[in-house]
Design a protein around this ligand. Structure first.
Ligand code: BMA
Length: 330
């Protein structure tokens, strides 16, 4: 009897995941979409740049929360809709949070992540309070009404990312404590909460090492559960003579104790080298924040902001990628 190959990804199939085969002869496990960038900087009126945005499957298509910096250079979050995950229709007006929590300051919002936990979608982002960055959070079921929640951390913190399921009965988060500026340091930590308001069990996950991840690192899209552990794409920064260069790699975290790092890439997976990654408002940035996965085929589509200006997509096949991470681990 023919045995079905069991899927490495623990999650639903996604038949309409955006996809393009790897160019023949390409050596590495993550490759760029040939039509990048998929969202130009001025896709909606008054946009200066659209980048660092998160997407999830929704209905027959996809929905996303987009970072839009406007022509006043104020950053905000906008909902976007797509049938194919490539062509996006982004709402012209920023998200307005319903039932905003009284007295909760809300000054700016950027770098959203979106993840479904149970029957709610949670949006987390870098939220300005009293001029300092912290992790904002809201939930929605329809991406039309968003309910604001308490901030998930004290300032200063950026890159708050929720896990797609509870760990040991608690909500779980990765985050990257920081400072108020262009933080010259940064390690990834794990925290748990029974209710998304009260947080504890703060554990160190991983820190800077050498090369492309020498200055700081931060979690990217929500971790993807696989049989081998949580697959986490993360950005890494090296400070060069012309500023910070943002690349990304991936790690595999223990499924039950995600603060334990099983493997982590020594080489980057994607680094700034295409013109749209090297030239823009902030040169040399590849910043992953969105991930789609199809458990049937093992296909992955990774959404990343390029040069803080536009959105690009890269693809990978999960088994090939995990084998590469293991073979090239620190
Ligand atoms: C980080 C954040 C990101 C940005 C990156 C590179 O600190 O501000 O939004 O992509 O810097 O400028």
């Amino acid at each position: 009897m023919k045995r079905m190959k069991t899927s490495t990804i623990i999650g639903p199939a996604l038949a309409n995941i955006p996809w393009e085969e790897k160019p023949s002869g390409y050596r590495y496990p993550v490759w760029r979409y040939s039509q990048n960038p998929i969202v130009p900087r001025d896709a909606i009126p008054l946009a200066n740049s659209i980048f660092n945005s998160a997407v999830v499957p929704f209905g027959k298509g996809f929905v996303g929360v987009f970072r839009v910096d406007d022509i006043h250079r104020v950053c905000g979050l906008h909902t976007g809709w797509s049938q194919d995950g490539i062509h996006w229709d982004i709402d012209h007006k920023p998200i307005r949070f319903s039932k905003a929590i009284k007295d909760l300051p809300y000054e700016y919002a950027y770098d959203p992540r979106v993840v479904k936990v149970g029957d709610r979608y949670y949006v987390t982002w870098c939220n300005g309070i009293h001029g300092d960055p912290t992790i904002g959070c809201a939930w929605t079921k329809d991406f039309r009404t968003y309910y604001a929640m308490e901030n998930l951390t004290l300032p200063c913190n950026r890159n708050g990312v929720l896990f797609p399921r509870k760990i040991d009965g608690k909500f779980a988060m990765l985050s990257r404590p920081s400072d108020i500026g262009h933080t010259p340091f940064g390690n990834i930590f794990y925290s748990e909460s029974p209710d998304l308001t009260h947080w504890g069990k703060n554990r160190f996950v991983m820190g800077t090492t050498g090369g492309w991840q020498r200055t700081k690192i931060g979690p990217g899209p929500a971790p993807l559960e696989t049989k081998e552990g949580w697959l986490l794409f993360y950005h890494g920064v090296v400070t060069m003579c012309n500023g910070m260069t943002y690349s990304f790699g991936a790690a595999i975290l223990d499924r039950d104790e995600p603060w334990r790092v099983l493997y982590r890439t020594r080489p980057y997976l994607i680094n700034p080298r295409e013109p749209y990654e090297c030239l823009g408002d902030v040169s040399n940035v590849c910043f992953p924040v969105g991930l789609l996965a199809d458990s049937r085929t093992g296909r992955l589509a990774i959404y990343y902001g390029a040069a803080d200006t536009v959105i690009a997509v890269a693809f990978a096949q999960v088994d090939e990628l995990i084998a590469y991470i293991k073979a090239n681990s620190i």
